[in-house]
Structure formats: C-alpha cells, structure tokens
Design a protein around this ligand. Structure first.
Ligand code: OOB
Length: 555
C-alpha cells in the first residue's frame, strides 16, 4: 500500500486482515469484478432503469469499462480522486462503477452540498475532477464547479451531465457504450486496482467541524455489500427503488444499488422520494425493496392512507434508518404499506445493524436490529470505557471487517473517535437487549440529525461567529414532527445590537452552505447556560426549546 491515498488511510492490522481473508470476508477482488460476474451470468437481464432508459447487465458492463478507459484517457490516473455530485440517475451508477474499474476514487458528495462543503472536500481529497449536473431546480451546478476550479487549481476537469459548456466535458459522452469492449476490458483487468486500496470516499455525518472522509477499500466495501444482502434477502428477483441520494452509504451499499447489482436484480433510480412518483415507479417496475429515512416512511404512510392506492402490491420490504424511527410509525409500515419493515441502524464508518425479516413484530417495531455480520464486534460502555450489562444504555463501540480504523488524514478526529485498539465510537447511546437487538436511545455527539441528514453543531456555530454582533452561539436539535429534528440556534448578542434569523440564513446562503444545514429557528437570550466546567449546557437548551415549543402549542 504505497499509493497517495493509502498514506492518509489507517489500514487494519496485518493479522486481522489475514483472518478476514481466511474467513472469506475479504475476497481480494476489486468491486468492478463483481459487476462483470453478474454481466457474464445474466447479460440480457435489466440492471438499471432510469425513466425510459433501461440498461441490461451487458450494456452496463460495456459502459462501465468504456467509461473507465475514457476517464483514464482524459488524463486521470488510478488513485486520483473525483468529486461526484450527481442526482440519482443512471449516470451516477455508471460513473461510480467506472471509477471502481479504473481505480479512480469517487468522493461521494451530496446533491445538496454547495461551494462551502465542496471546496473543503475538494481540497482535502485533492480531487482533480468533478462531476456535476448542469442545472437542478434553478441551481447552476456547472457554474459552481467552474468557480471551484478557479479557486482550486488542482481541480482540472469538469464533467457535466446534461448541457456542458465548451471547455467542460459532457459526462454522457464519457459514459457512452462502445461497439466492442473486449480490448478495454482486457486492459482494465490487467491494471485492476489492488483490493486493499481505497475504492471510494464516503462522508462522515460529522460531529466536529466540517465533514471527514471515510476511506472504504474494495475488500471492505464488497463485504459490507454482501453482508447486508443476506438479512435483506436480496436475490436476482429483487427490484430495488433507490430514491435517497445514492451517495449515502445506506442506498448505495446496505445492500442498496450495489448489492442489487452484485446479485443480478434490477435497480430503479429516482432522484426524489416524493410519494406520487415513487409509488408510480413501484407499480410500473414491480418494485420489491426500497429504502427510506423515517421522514420519508412517514410521508409514504400518510400518502397511502389518504390515497388508498393499489400501487404497492409488489413491495415486500421497506428498509428504514438514518435516524430513529418512532415505534408508532414503525407499527404502521406493514398494515398500511403492506411491506415488511426492516429497521437499519448504520453508519458510513462501517457497522450496519438490521432487524431480520422473520423477527417477531416487537423486535421489528421497537429495535434497530443487530449487526449484519458475525464478525462485527460491538461493545456498550460507560463513560470510563467499562462494559455495561444488557439493558443498560451506554456508548457504542465497534470494530470489524468493514469498519475502517480511522478517517482520512484526520489525526485529531481519529484520536477522538477511535480507541488505540481500533474501536470506533459513533457517539450513539445504545441499549442492547438480552436477545442481542440494539435500541438507539440517544447520542452524546454534538450533531443534529435532520431527517437523516447530519449537521455538525460546531460547523454551524463557527459560521455564525462570523457575524460580529454575535457573542455566543449554540446550535442544537429541536424536536420536529416531520423530520424528527431541526436545527435551532441559540445566541447572545452585543448590548444594544440585534441579529435576526434572516440575517443568519442569508449569511449561510451567501457562504454557500448546503440548505439542510441552515438554522430554521432562532432564540436570542441574554445569557447561555453553562456546565460546571464552563461549557455551554446544551442539555438545558434542549429542555428550554422543548418548553418553548410546548408553550407555543407545538407538539
Ligand atoms: C447512516 O449513516 P450516516 O453516516 O449518515 O450516520 C450515522 C449515524 C449513526 O451514528 C446514528 O447517529 C444515526 O446516524 N443513525 C440512526 C439510525 N441509523 C443511523 N439513529 C437511530 N436509528 C437509526 N436507525 O445514517 C446510515 C448508514 C447506513 C445504513 C443506514 C444508515
């Protein structure tokens, strides 16, 4: 492991790596090889559907290899990074697979990210290319990419899906098929990336400051995908609807789009979970499996209760995760949507827990399940790191064959989030039941979970301090009926000054911060409560906002 990116990556200890191989968790194959296998086995079967466009496995594999070669011809080299900011569509899938084949590392940005996040991620990853759509909902992603390239000289190549300006590269040309792919395939096979090397960078939910990059290797990610496919019951008959942003680990690989492509099923790519369109896609394609965050599951339930459609007849399983699913909503999934609920408590850093499809109703509706692999190690500990008995909530620690040992180039964050012997502390407060199922009870990380999108409180606070009249700022989670949580900001201001929510929102928008991170509620106070050691007491603030909401009649 001598590549540029592997230097910033903490590898698993050699003895463990050997054990993961011996036990068959790591198969030492690059991710692209699994797709080629499926294409050999089921060439004529439909792999990817996006609106009217349908790609068979043979066509998908053809485009994957053709695109991999074209990316290399553009001047990208194995181990180079490419920022990927694309909505759910066939282009996302083909580009991602092409990167895996060429050994180019996609950095999985979110469609909602803006200048602020993208410039940080581009610099941290030293990306040489970026792939964006032209315009989405009036926002000009191409112009944003061009601005990024001006301020970051290393970013040389702009790929644009849709209409590309003359100096940029049209993504669809890169992703086009070739007549005969065999020569390209042979060349790519000969230079296939090492299975131990980074395959992609996922983004951390972020507890401190800006997002961190999580290196996922071919070996560990392939195992993530395979291990998740078992409890979800993926086969070549699975028809999967992906509506959550595909750059999230959950719809990408748990088992997600990649799991379905490994198994020979069919994936339907849809850029939004809006029920009318999602239900129509489910009916048209005979979708059997989909993935939602709790807010989306709730929307689907409400829509189905109102509209009483017969469009969900084929839907067998709905996976729900990303934030805590309230038990009351969990109980409605089967009766209203007709699908078996699978709760998923996972993280881009690795560990995935799921309920099993044949679990008793009580487990499915009130727990977040158990690890997908027998090799996942989970401990629940108190504040001194001592193991707690079942039934007592504590901090979760985890290790395993698909849970990396550290963030990319982030020694400080690593010192905080990883123990010296490689346990990752996700910051979730979890109770383990005697039957092994986990219940997420809360968290001790300074993060807001807005309908599954994670917001670091510290990141927002540091931006708000750019307003001179703000003397203290604290971002906290405010309970919300729809999203579970929204971002609420408490501030104190200089005497005689006034700072409004609009002013703060405006500043963040101008800074180019993703819309989901913009505070939705502001409370200006004379003083912020502090703890004994002088830190802002966020527990008191959360109680305060709950009281204020109750007083205002919001439940
Ligand atoms: C998923 O991944 P991330 O990296 O966006 O966020 C991870 C964090 C967890 O540490 C936890 O705080 C929260 O999201 N979370 C849940 C949860 N699932 C995730 N909290 C309560 N209940 C759940 N079911 O969110 C993610 C990655 C892969 C699969 C599923 C979710």
């Amino acid at each position: 492991m001598t590549s540029h990116t592997s230097e910033g990556t903490i590898a698993w200890p050699a003895d463990l790596a050997a054990e993961f191989r011996a036990k068959g968790y790591w198969e030492d194959r690059p991710l692209g090889a699994y797709i080629l296998d499926t294409a050999d086995r089921l060439p004529e079967k439909t792999a990817v559907v996006d609106g009217d466009l349908r790609l068979t496995y043979a066509e998908l594999a053809n485009r994957m290899d053709a695109a991999a070669e074209r990316l290399l011809q553009l001047g990208l080299k194995p181990d180079d990074r490419i920022m990927v900011q694309l909505p759910n569509g066939w282009q996302f899938t083909v580009l991602t697979l092409a990167c895996f084949r060429a050994g180019i590392i996609p950095v999985m940005a979110l469609p909602a990210h803006r200048q602020y996040e993208l410039s940080f991620l581009t610099e941290l990853s030293e990306a040489r290319a970026i792939a964006v759509p032209d315009v989405i909902k009036d926002f000009d992603h191409q112009a944003m990419a061009e601005e990024l390239a001006v301020s970051i000289p290393a970013l040389e190549i702009i790929l644009v899906s849709g209409t590309a300006k003359p100096l940029n590269v049209r993504l669809e040309e890169i992703l086009a098929p070739v007549k005969d792919v065999s020569a390209a395939r042979a060349r790519l096979d000969a230079t296939a990336p090492s299975p131990d090397s980074p395959a992609l960078f996922l983004l951390s939910g972020g507890t401190t400051g800006l997002p961190k990059l999580i290196t996922r290797t071919h070996n560990d990610y392939a195992y993530n995908i395979k291990a998740c496919s078992i409890p979800t019951g993926v086969t070549e008959d699975t028809v999967y609807l992906g509506t959550l942003p595909a750059s999230h680990n959950f719809p990408l690989a748990c088992p997600g789009i990649l799991g379905i492509l490994f198994a020979g099923g069919r994936t339907i790519m849809l850029p939004s979970p809006e029920p009318r369109k999602a239900f129509a896609a489910i009916e048209r394609e005979g979708v059997t499996l989909s993935t939602a965050v709790p807010a989306v599951a709730q929307r689907w339930i409400e829509y189905q209760q109102e509209a009483g459609t017969s469009q969900l007849a084929t839907l067998e399983v709905l996976q729900v995760g990303g934030s805590r699913l309230p038990d009351e909503i969990a109980r409605k999934v089967k009766p209203v949507l007709g699908a078996t609920l699978q709760q998923v408590f996972g993280m881009a850093e690795g560990l995935i827990n799921t309920t099993r499809l044949d679990d008793p109703e009580d487990v499915i509706c009130t727990t977040q399940g158990r690890p997908v692999s027998e090799a996942d190690e989970v401990r629940i500990v108190d504040e001194f790191g001592e193991d707690l008995p079942d039934g007592v909530p504590g901090s979760i620690l985890t290790r395993g064959p698909y849970t990396p040992r550290g963030y990319y180039r982030a020694p400080e964050a690593n010192a905080r989030a990883f123990t010296p012997d490689g346990w990752y502390a996700s910051g979730d407060i979890v109770e383990r039941r005697p039957d092994g199922n986990l219940i997420v009870q809360g968290r001790d990380k300074d993060m807001i979970n807005r309908g599954g999108e994670k917001i670091s409180a510290e990141e927002i606070e540091s931006l708000v301090y750019r307003i001179e009249d703000v003397t203290m700022a604290a971002a906290i989670a405010m309970p919300d009926q729809v999203l579970g949580e929204r971002l609420c900001l408490y501030i104190t201001v200089k005497p005689g000054r006034e700072v409004t929510l609009e002013q703060i929102q405006d500043l963040l928008r101008r800074t180019g911060v993703a819309a989901f991170k913009i505070p939705e509620h502001l409370v200006v106070v004379d003083e912020l409560p502090t703890t004994k050691v002088g830190k802002i007491n966020k527990k008191d603030l959360r109680a305060d906002i709950a009281e204020r909401l109750a007083a205002a009649g919001v439940h």
